[in-house]
Design a protein around this ligand. Structure first.
Ligand code: ATP
Length: 355
């Protein structure tokens, strides 16, 4: 169903290659000014969806509306969409300023407007002093800023970005993430951003669409994706968690009672007795040696110092996984083999059908 109040509205996008379904009827609605990430493992269909919106690939079925207009049948240059790829795709024989001016000239903007527009975007991406340099003489991060400025200079309705920072080193990538977000907010541009990097998606997005096998499993704000993953796949793909397998043995009002290798544990929800389930808890929700109730005693396998926090990995029974993150370093790093009490709130326990 195409609804009218979203700025970008993809409805029922389907795509197969050689009989293999790559997108199985994807719906995606994006509000004006929103920054949406498509996050998922390699091959899940992120790039295919982006290319369909850009018009670089035709969907087998489905509709795309942008700002109230059906654009699905239009060629890429008539969609009012800017695209930035991982490999910059700049014109190597042109200067920085000429690259940014390129789209404006192609769209026959008045000559008197082109200079000021180019200068504005050079300044927005902090490249004013590089205007007359060949793009070949720039670093990777500078080239990617030129690519962003070139895509934005024509003031598209929508900016599509496909892993634009994945070739940059970590520090530069983090700076670019913050700068791009600031720039898009300033300009009020709506953007769809493809990444397989969960930290990048959590940092930058208003909402994240987690994709798996050609479908969106969950579309929600970063905090919701992290705290309340809708499926076991989303839980696995975004962030760490402790995971315990078990069998449902009963129901107590709105809590499920699960028999695990560590004894009975409770989780909010409702499941039929006998169901095989996985219980999960985010690592920072687990308290170590806290007074009061605890769920289990576990033996430490490794303590990993990570600057602002310590990650504790515990010995776990078959197939289970116990990881805790704590910022409390007052007693120093505990030694492997130490037994510790682990406890968490029932409300922080997530429960999924076993895969
Ligand atoms: P990555 O992060 O690796 O880029 P992705 O989620 O962006 O992955 P897509 O590039 O959309 O994935 O590809 C999804 C699937 O479609 C993959 O299995 C890929 O091999 C296949 N595919 C993509 N384009 C084509 C094509 N032109 N012809 C045949 N198969 C294709």
């Amino acid at each position: 169903m195409v609804t009218s109040d979203s700025f970008l509205d993809v409805a029922g996008a389907e795509k197969s290659f050689g009989g293999v379904t790559v997108l199985g009827g994807v719906d995606l609605q994006v509000a004006a000014g929103e920054f949406i990430s498509l996050l998922g493992p390699s091959g899940c269909g992120k790039t295919t969806l982006l290319r369909i919106v850009a018009g670089l690939l035709a969907a087998d079925r489905g509709a795309i509306r942008l700002d109230g207009e059906e654009i699905g049948a239009r060629p890429p240059h008539r969609r009012d969409v800017g695209v930035v790829f991982q490999n910059y795709a700049l014109f190597p024989h042109l200067t920085v300023a000429e690259n940014i001016a390129f789209g404006l000239k192609a769209r026959k903007h008045p000559a008197g407007e082109i200079g000021p527009t180019v200068r504005r975007f050079l300044s927005l991406v902090h490249l004013t002093d590089f205007a007359d340099r060949s793009v070949r003489a720039l670093s990777g991060g500078q080239q990617q800023r030129v690519a962003v400025a070139r895509a934005l200079a024509v003031q598209p309705k929508l900016l599509l970005l496909d892993e634009p920072f994945s070739a940059l080193d970590r520090k530069l990538r983090e700076n670019m993430q913050i700068e791009l977000r600031r720039l898009l907010r300033e300009l009020g541009i709506t953007a769809v951003f493809v990444t397989h990097d969960q930290d990048e998606a959590l940092t930058m997005s208003d909402r994240i669409a987690v994709m798996n096998k050609g479908a969106i499993e969950q579309l929600a704000e970063p905090a919701t994706i992290y705290r309340s993953p809708a499926t076991a796949f989303v839980l696995e793909f975004v962030g760490l968690s402790s995971r315990l397998s078990g069998t449902v043995v009963g129901q107590d009002y709105d809590h499920v009672i699960v028999d695990t290798a560590y004894g009975p544990l409770r989780a909010p929800g409702s499941f039929v007795a006998g169901a095989s389930v996985v219980l999960a808890v985010r690592p920072e929700r687990i308290k170590v040696n806290a007074p009061g109730d605890y769920a289990m005693v576990a033996r430490l396998r490794d303590a990993v110092f990570q600057g602002s926090k310590v990650q504790l990995h515990f010995e776990a029974k078959d197939g289970d996984h116990l990881v805790v993150e704590t910022a409390d370093l007052s007693d120093g790093l505990p030694a492997p083999g130490t037994e510790m009490r682990l406890g968490w709130a029932v409300a922080d326990t997530l429960i999924y059908p076993a895969p």
